[in-house]
Ligand binder design. Structure first.
Ligand code: URA
Length: 235
């Protein structure tokens, strides 16, 4: 692909705008040479205005989502895209979350422009384990692990029961829950079905991948080793 189309697809501007950037020599290689349309280039060596490019097409990004941000491109409130390179929503294909976290949920959120991968991981048939920690309004009763593992839990307004999930009590009002589906507000609704209420919810792992010290509001591109951790728990 020629550099103008390549940069336009990464959201650096319309083709016309990127043509102007190339013409004005704002697109260079790391050795300082100017890139013209039609020249060979390597993603990792390209700079725009002296700044390395955003992650390449096909990248998977992990964001430590803070509470208060919404997984959407259009909303009146704060968007997760405000924590990421400004060009992400304008890319072709767009960088989109793999599944969603509620506004009030913090933790590990994956984002990619690889539609096939997104579908593979977020499809209801994927059964990718997701690990949450929930702080509850009331003490655990003690029967929740059995209830969640039963495969019979019905959420309000749904027609099929939830797949078995695991619950480990961390203290009287904190639990670690692992689910393999991604239904709307699933964890909060599971605790509602158990007669409790979630006060705070945090996703600490997806597949075998954890946030691993990534600070709230920060993101990074997944390495090949991260990706194999992510897939290591796919059935
Ligand atoms: N379950 C919820 O209730 N909220 C989330 O954001 C994720 C899982």
């Amino acid at each position: 692909m020629k550099v103008i189309k390549y940069l336009a697809n990464l959201g650096y501007g319309t083709r016309r705008e990127v043509t102007g950037m190339v013409y004005h020599r704002r697109v260079t290689r790391s050795d300082g040479s100017t890139v013209r349309d039609g020249d060979a280039f390597v993603h990792d060596e390209l700079l725009v205005d002296g700044i390395p490019l955003d992650p390449a097409r096909g990248a998977v990004v992990m964001l430590h989502k803070p509470v208060g941000y919404v997984c959407s491109t259009k909303d009146a409130s704060q968007l997760v895209y405000q924590l990421l390179p400004t060009r992400f929503p304008y890319r072709t294909p767009v960088m989109a979350p793999i599944g969603r976290l509620d506004r009030d949920t913090s933790g590990l959120l994956l984002i990619t422009d690889d539609g096939q991968l997104n579908h593979r991981l977020s499809s209801p048939r994927a059964h990718l384990p997701k690990v949450y920690e929930a702080r509850l309004a009331s003490d655990l009763r003690g029967d929740e692990p059995e209830f969640f593992a039963s495969g019979t839990v019905m959420l309000d307004s749904e027609t099929t029961p939830l797949l078995p999930a695991t619950l480990e009590a961390l203290d009287a009002r904190t639990a670690r829950v692992t689910i393999t589906e991604g239904r709307y507000h699933q964890v909060r609704r599971m605790f509602a079905a158990a007669g409790n209420r979630v006060e705070a919810l945090h996703r600490r792992a997806v597949g075998g991948l954890e946030l691993d010290g990534l600070e709230s509001g920060q993101w990074r591109v997944l390495s090949a080793a991260d990706l194999s951790r992510l897939f290591s728990e796919l059935p």
